[in-house]
Write a protein that binds this ligand. Sequence first.
Ligand SMILES: *[C@@H]1O[C@H](CO)[C@@H](O)[C@H](O)[C@H]1NC(C)=O
Length: 325
Amino acid sequence: MSCNSRAQLCFLLLSVTALRGQSRYLDAQENEISSEGLFALLNSELKRELPEEYVYRRPLRCLDMVAAEGQFTFKADHPQLNCAVFFIGEPNDIISIEYDSININCREGDFIKVFDGWVMKGEKFPSSQDHLLPLYERYSDYCDSGEAHPVVRSSQNVAMVFFRLHQSGSSFSITFRKVFNPFPCNVISQTPEGRFSMVIPQQHRNCSYSIIYPVEIQIGELSLGHHNDLKRSIHGCAGARDFVELLGGNGVDTSKMFPMILYILTIYIMFYFPFQLKVGCDNTVVRMVSSGKFVNRVTFQYRLLGHQELAKLKRNSVEDMCLSG
Ligand SMILES: *[C@@H]1O[C@H](CO)[C@@H](O)[C@H](O)[C@H]1NC(C)=O
């Protein structure tokens, strides 16, 4: 998938890969959904006018995007073997999915699974390097949950539901809620413009903020390390593993993206400098790696690149990794 496809925004390339084999594993994870397809889904979802009713209700499609809280029902009128629903909230939200009424046949191989993150074309967000849980713990399968019908919560503002129903007449309803997250770490931005401060308060973890649009990004403020730690840093060389990187690429797995800029903490950095860069990729990510010894912070803002800017960027770039995909 190349980046030079803003013009195709209207196309919705929603071909979820055809069913192969009887694997219980999900072909929908290999979904061929393109970034244009994703934006289009997202934009139509964000433009949705919400009715005034207390609980928003609507039917789900086999490939769907949900950004508004409410109750969502799927009814199979024929076998539906590879369905995937993307859920997204604001940066400060986590996603809660509650099973309401479920009428599926687990013994016949039906399933409903929640994934803690997004999977696009086989790539996962957050990547394994940025998520606190091992991969297998990020799946929760309704059919394995026995009699209890739990509420599943994500670790960040995105989650997915995969399902497979073999019989027409099978159906289920789930309720989606957004729950406030005071310390957002991994985020996918809903919008192509915004501003965010990413803070890792003395935790040994990595955080990625992903913008799935070609944007101009401005890094305003960066502080890695802390005054009080200065002495210790010099002596112990502590914090050498703390850094902020700006990544560009066409998938969602940050470990497969290309670094465009890297700030490494050697002793102590804190500066205010409007620094900006145009990134003509489908996905731009600000990623912070933190040793846990410092309070690290980066503040940035971004806006969508126009057609002309994007075209100019392409003309000028000798070797643009995002155009060669
Ligand atoms: C953070 O990412 C780095 C690679 O960038 C990796 O070596 C490290 O194990 C990750 N840290 C955690 C806590 O997962």
